[in-house]
Design a binder for this molecule. Sequence first.
Ligand SMILES: CC(=O)SCCNC(=O)CCNC(=O)[C@H](O)C(C)(C)COP(=O)(O)OP(=O)(O)OC[C@H]1O[C@@H](n2cnc3c(N)ncnc32)[C@H](O)[C@@H]1OP(=O)(O)O
Length: 374
Amino acid sequence: MSNLDEWVHNANECITIVQKNEKGEIDCKFHPTFTYNIFGDSEVLYGYKNLNIEIQYALPSMKPELKVVYSDRLAPESGVEPTNVDETLSKYLRDDRVPENLKPVNVHDIPVLENYSFDERNFCILKSKPSDIGAIMQYLQIFSLFFIEGGSFIDIFDPKWTIYLLYEINDEQYYLRGYCTAYNYYKWDKTKTDGERPRISQFVILPPFQKEGHGSRLYNAIVNIFLQDSKVLEFSVEDSSEAFDALRDRCDFQRLKSMNIFTSPGFHLPLSKEWLHSQRSATKLPPRQFLRCCEIALTMKLKNLTLLERKALRLLIKERIFRQNLDVLLQLDRPDRLDKIQGAYQNQLDEYKKIAKKLPKLSKQESRKRQKTK
Ligand SMILES: CC(=O)SCCNC(=O)CCNC(=O)[C@H](O)C(C)(C)COP(=O)(O)OP(=O)(O)OC[C@H]1O[C@@H](n2cnc3c(N)ncnc32)[C@H](O)[C@@H]1OP(=O)(O)O
């Protein structure tokens, strides 16, 4: 047998996802980020030389065609069973809980939430129940495995799911650029019996189109829907990733800024529980995310804070760190616990300073110096 490395391949590098338009022209090509759900934790494929796997998606139906090409395959006498690429991958290419031969979806019929242009290209965000677009959803599910760590298939027939699709429109053809699913939980409230708490579950912008602002556009369009819907009392995010956290912080901070939260009369240290409660409910953010945005804004004002205000900010952040890590911290003796909290506080402050560098500066009014008292 020749060099062993020739027969072993990283699945993420071997697989290429290709989108083709209705004329069969290539729209874009990219690799998956994760394949551990499909091929196991090592994401390794064995037993082929020069292995090349293409999953070709036909737009707009997203019907996939799998093409596996290699120059040589290990013979049975070698004692090594080559990975059954075709069979293993095919199980995930289509959600087999969806009946076959569903009526094709006409993308033009999906309700439009928003249109926008970027770089002289046109985009639209569509909103649908996944079951209404089952013919597309059956093939889209694998993208959550490919791009979200811990991603999984959703039950498209559960009416509590909503899907938001992002398409680029060119010559009246629709090109998929990303999507987001959200699940509608019930939220109890004294004043409302039909309160809802949607949770953003899967959020993907296809790799060639990341870092162009589409993720922020899609997130803001979805949040605007939540803000306009009187039934929605709060919205949250399921198992976020580092990149999505960054996007969320940036978008939430800017929205709160434009809602004048940081110029509200009660926005001063120490923050009162009443102020936090009254202001947060209008933003529909979960308490932790609302507080995080406030802490970022206060960190941006750090230079203008008095010693007492700085102490109040330190206590605010440390108290939150303590509450969030109660179980672990209570197991430490007092000096170690204080040390850990101080370290976590310092890291948090450094993180906020990094985030703040990418945010628009606070206006003079927002970051005004404390009025000197005589
Ligand atoms: C709930 C969940 O599903 S968590 C999992 C989230 N999904 C994933 O992790 C899957 C893989 N990743 C993705 O799908 C995407 O990277 C996302 C969703 C995380 C982000 O989407 P994007 O479209 O890249 O976001 P967006 O473009 O708005 O912002 C990303 C960065 O690009 C920058 N950017 C935005 N527009 C431009 C532009 N025109 N030129 C250059 N940079 C830009 C932003 O400032 C931001 O910078 P930062 O990373 O330094 O903060």
